[in-house]
Design a protein around this ligand. Sequence first.
Ligand SMILES: Cc1ncc(CN)c(N)n1
Length: 227
Amino acid sequence: MSFSQELRQQGNYIFEAIYDHPFVRGIAEGNLKKEQLIHYVKQDFEYLNAYMRIYGIAISKSSTREEIEVFNEQIQFILHSEIHPHNNFCRMAGVSYEQLQGYPLSPSAHHYIRHMLTVAHEGSLGEIMAVLLPCPWTYLDIGQRLLDEVKPTERHPFYEWIHFYGSHADGVTSKFCNRLDEWALKSTDEELARMREHFMLSCQLEYMFWDMAYKLEEWPVPVTMNI
Ligand SMILES: Cc1ncc(CN)c(N)n1
């Protein structure tokens, strides 16, 4: 079994919990509240900004043009394609995308971004790929399973979101899996253990991100910039 398949097996119980999460059920049933969609998009806009910065760090640690090309392509994907599922949520919430940009991070989004940034700064390229992988992989899983379960028509409120992740997230997932598997072949046991740990924590934080959006999570003591 390849290293990425081992990771997938190890994280399977979290993939299942994510698929059963009430926010994901709400996408399937088309019955999420406006505030939940807005909270998700506000946080995800910042999350994807951080994700692109991590690609930048990965580029600085790349040793071949092929590696640089993979990360560069993914930055373009976030900038020009991943705006479509956000726009789908905004339309259903009746707000413009621009209105939801530039907000402070909620605790779980903050935790997830700091986790990825720490690994990006301190880890190897293999560790960076392991910490990033649950992001495309869990969404691909959700999208493909929802296509199969819901078989949405264009009248479904989240038709575009489901089609986007069900059919466009496989490219990045398989590229990352292949690179990670190549990296794993030349890794020490210690590095393999670190890659496992980063992957599993990112899976947990994917779950927490959905939970944050569903429960409209905020800091227990409100954030204020006034001193
Ligand atoms: C938190 C999160 N995880 C994954 C994805 C899919 N790229 C996303 N947009 N946001």
